[in-house]
Design a protein around this ligand. Sequence first.
Ligand code: NAD
Length: 257
Amino acid sequence: MSDSQQKLIEQAAAWVLESRSTVCLTGAGISTESGIPDFRSKGGIWDRFDPKDFEIRRWLASEDIQRRYWEVAQDGYDLVRNATPSKGHFALAQLSLHGYLKLLVTQNTDGLHQKAGHDPDKIVELHGTSHVCVCVGCGSKLLRSEVHARVQGGEVIPKCEDCGCLLKPDAVFFGEGLSPEKLSRAVEASKEAGVFLVAGSSLAVRPAGGLPERARRAGARLIIVNEGPTRFDARADMRIQGKTGDVLPALVDVVLT
Ligand code: NAD
């Protein structure tokens, strides 16, 4: 950790300590150190897959895309379910446990915040979860691990056993609406935040990427911890360039001492 980074961390910790309420938004960047690639970095998911295949209308309309999805998802889901949380996930769980983090809003669907011991009641999974599947017809839900086992057992495109419609992961695809309840909880907390912390997100995806702006307009200090550039760098009160696995534990150490 450089001297200038340490100075920024101390200032950020002071803001968290004096804030009436801190809200954190995480993105795929916090999970890269757990071995799960993000979308936009070099070697990320978009280097290997066409984002259009994750548009819900295209996905629903094409058996070919569904077949490819479930084939690729076999490895993808194994990677996610075997991943262990990063130092960044653990640091945020500690911050929450000690009462310094009011709400964690995550764009991630990997469940690693919960695996790190973060209280699930203090997490909003804005883009849903990869650990559950939902029937697009009747809405019934079942564990992803059960669907995964069926695909591994030879079911090419898994269907609902109740109504015969398609199953999809309970994660938001492009073109799908977000849960209004989750979005409204995230927006309200952002508007009340004294500090809004972004960790590991390019902020390119809306509406999640618009939360920092809402928080700032309502008076929050905006701190961005990210390796690459983000859409809001110019408007942040503080930008700490670095790995979430280095910066967040250092920040939480200062807050808790
Ligand atoms: P993104 O790929 O657009 O941005 C990730 C950002 O994290 C990049 O700017 C990158 O520079 C930064 N980064 C990568 N590793 C980092 C590290 N160790 N420390 C600090 N910064 C790091 O991802 P996004 O903003 O979350 O938005 C894209 C969408 O990706 C979201 O909708 C999310 O649902 C989905 N997604 C989720 C997962 C997951 O659940 N783990 C994985 C891939 C994509």
